[in-house]
Write a protein that binds this ligand. Sequence first.
Ligand code: NAD
Ligand code: DAU
Length: 336
Amino acid sequence: MKRVIVTGAAGFIGSNFVRRALETQPDWHLVGYDALTYAGNVQNLAGLEQTGRFEFVHGDICDAPAVAALFAAPVWGLINFAAETHVDRSIHGAAAFVQTNIGGTQVLLDEARKHGLEKYVQVSTDEVYGSLGPEGRFTEQSPLAPNSPYSASKAGADLLVRSYWRTHDLPAVVTRCSNNYGPYQFPEKVIPLFITNLLEGKQVPLYGDGLNVRDWIHVRDHCDALISVLARGTPGEVYNIGGDCELTNVALTHAILRELGKDESMIRRVKDRPAHDRRYAICADKIATQLGWSPRVDFATGLAETVRWYVENEAWWRAVKSGEYQKYYELQYGGR
Ligand code: NAD
Ligand code: DAU
């Protein structure tokens, strides 16, 4: 069995990754590690320990002794999802972003170096490249030009990872993916926020002129790409991951309204986000050529499936929106 540490496992992509890896990688034993911040929810991992190939450990990536304890048994791989992830929150306060995204990454890199492993994967974001004009796409050679405290902290972490590869030969890889959607996404991000607001009969707040473009990818496709990077990615490399699905926020909002049978009167135009990146678009040719990955879920099908998931899992998002979900850890594990 290959023992794989998954930091940030109780969040949106981390929990989808654990589920997908358990389905597709029979020789992996996964250890989920998560501080359970406001974004972490053990309900996202409900039932997975029963597979016998998953265990959950509550802890912070900034806590070096606790991270060292994960290496008490040999570690084959570590994939780092743990982060503060919401751009709007980073505008209101950057401290937690610097602490977790940069400081926490440094702790993980040091412990990985001390104890040794086969592969370290840093899950980064296309936002480190900044904003595009109407033409072109981000490649792995695009300069780093982050515009928010969130993306600046992710870029800082990417550079630290690079330095550990160069300086210490740590077998580390960085991935940079575009906007994910799918089940278990925290309803502060635009797609689950808009779906759940509409299900509650509330309007959806569309920032600025609504013409900002995002390149949407289903979380399952992102997880499959990450599995291929963890298994076969070349140390020292950066891999872009994208959905090849550019949409303006207006077009996205209309698609969500259509799925739920609502009209334009449900849109509320609000003030723009400061330094709001205009357009993201990913060139994912490198991972397609080198690792044979490309996205499979088409957006119309993925969005319909996602809307259905939120309709069918009302108890999940209502608990998240009310804050009730923060009690699940005590109930399941007997205290934080
Ligand atoms: P999320 O906010 O849903 O989950 C983050 C998880 O990290 C939570 O479970 C939280 O409890 C945990 N965490 C936060 N601080 C921690 C700490 N100090 N120690 C341990 N755990 C901690 O985020 P997500 O959307 O699932 O994103 C996961 C990763 O993927 C992030 O690194 C993010 O930058 C990256 N990413 C996200 C997207 C996207 O569209 N959501 C796209 C590209 C890259
Ligand atoms: O590109 C990858 C990134 O995608 C990840 O690194 C981030 O962790 C993730 O949060 C996401 O960042 P965005 O800022 O693109 O996602 P968000 O869902 O916050 O916003 C998507 C778009 O929708 C963006 O143009 C802002 C707009 N928006 C967002 C919200 C929350 C609105 O118009 N109204 C809203 O209420």
